[in-house]
Design a protein around this ligand. Structure first.
Ligand code: NAI
Ligand code: MG
Length: 363
């Protein structure tokens, strides 16, 4: 049976890097024995320009029905003044909300060819391959009350509330344990149980989930601040890190920068398994934005976008060998010295978006 992909290129460099993913998909269909069917929709500013919404109901329905959504990037100065409800980001937030994408996966991988270029010591990052699993739909970004109160004496009070229920911690830690089994078989859970009640519960529920069917996976607990320190000191001690929305936001950005440019970083967001098919809703996107400063110049690095499709192969389609093949092709292109501008050393010759895509296909 064929697999259904909804491509949402979006704005800025989004369509340019999506073009390279289309070539990769075509390659897997022609030479990799796969049958992906693709449909394409509008999201963000380009959708607003077309019909006044940041994503149409029709495209939302397609996203809900797709086996995976491949998302480029949205936004840009052109849409700075559009009404808040239809701003470009609203399209992405709507997708995350309606698809209930509660698990955000951010790998930090060090490509050998780029280990030398890092600002960190080579032995710290060479061979690095870790995965941060961030809870994406709960915690302090969403908890109520959330408000600014006027205290009337010239003082105001800003309130955000960290809330986690058992089921939210169970399902995110379940995802982390399952992913660990496909990798290094170790999960490190990070919270602040020393000062936060939600941290105490997080620790308890992760421990209980581990007991209920994941005891083959090694589990360790770490306070999130110590975890941040260890990520920079010796990141290779980790395999899968599972943490809440706020800590995960920060720790995944730190981990990402261990290995280099924004143009290299893929991500996946997963929902709960469907009751009937067992398949998870999923959206794959580069970590970076629409890079309006380089849009249209052919300078965009397509690797984050292509590697995001690689994550789709791995996590939505269980095509692990194909995902490995794609990752190897990226590593090979880098080994041969191909560099887009964002990952080039000063004075180094650079290639365009299309040339990098072609090189990866050739590999
Ligand atoms: P950005 O990630 O678009 O760009 C930051 C810097 O990194 C820029 O100098 C850009 O040229 C460079 N860069 C990013 N991706 C690159 C790539 N693939 N190859 C080479 N260089 C790359 O973040 P910025 O500038 O803060 O935001 C630009 C727009 O993107 C804004 O409208 C913002 O709201 C939106 N945005 C959208 C996101 C999404 O769609 N998920 C995420 C982050 C920002
Ligand atoms: Mg962030």
């Amino acid at each position: 049976a064929s697999q259904n992909l909804l491509l949402l290129p979006g704005d800025g460099i989004g369509p340019e890097i999506m073009q390279e993913v289309k070539k990769v998909i075509a390659w897997f269909n022609e030479k990799g024995g796969m049958s992906f069917e693709t449909d394409e929709g509008l999201v963000g500013g380009s959708a607003y320009d077309a019909h006044g919404q940041s994503i149409s109901e029709e495209d939302m329905a397609k996203a809900m029905a797709a086996d995976a959504v491949i998302f480029g990037a949205v936004g840009g100065p052109k849409w700075d003044d559009v009404p808040y409800e239809v701003r470009p980001e609203a399209g992405l937030l709507r997708l995350r909300k309606d698809m209930q994408l509660f698990a955000n996966l951010r790998p930090a991988i060090c490509y050998p060819a780029l280990a030398d270029a890092s600002s960190l010591k080579k032995d710290v990052i060479e061979g690095l391959d870790i995965l941060i699993v961030r809870e994406l739909t709960g915690g302090v970004y969403f908890g109520e009350p959330k408000e600014i109160i006027d205290l009337g004496n010239g003082q105001k009070r800003g309130i955000d509330t960290q809330v986690y229920d058992t089921y939210e911690i169970e399902r995110i830690s379940g995802v982390a344990f399952e992913l660990a089994r496909t990798r290094g078989n170790k999960v490190t859970s990070m919270e602040k149980r020393n000062v936060m009640k939600s941290g105490v519960l997080w620790n308890e529920v992760v421990t209980q989930t581990h007991k209920n069917g994941y005891e083959d996976v090694q589990l360790e607990h770490m306070l999130a601040d110590a975890g941040g320190m260890q990520l920079v000191r010796w990141p290779k001690q980790f395999d899968v890190i599972v943490t809440d929305n706020l800590f995960g936001d920060m720790l995944s950005d730190v981990a990402a920068m261990l290995t280099g440019s924004l143009g290299m970083l893929p991500s996946a967001s997963l929902g709960a398994p469907d009751g009937v098919t067992g398949k998870r809703k999923a959206l794959y996107e580069p970590v970076h934005g629409s890079a309006p400063d380089i849009a249209g110049t052919g300078a965009a690095n397509p690797i984050a976008m292509i590697a995001s499709f690689g994550m789709a192969l791995r996590y939505s389609f269980e095509e692990v060998a194909a995902a490995d093949k794609l990752d190897k092709a990226i590593a090979n292109a880098l080994d041969k010295g191909l560099r887009t501008k964002d990952i080039a050393s000063p004075g180094q010759t650079t290639v365009s978006t299309v040339e990098m895509g072609d090189a990866i296909i050739a590999e």
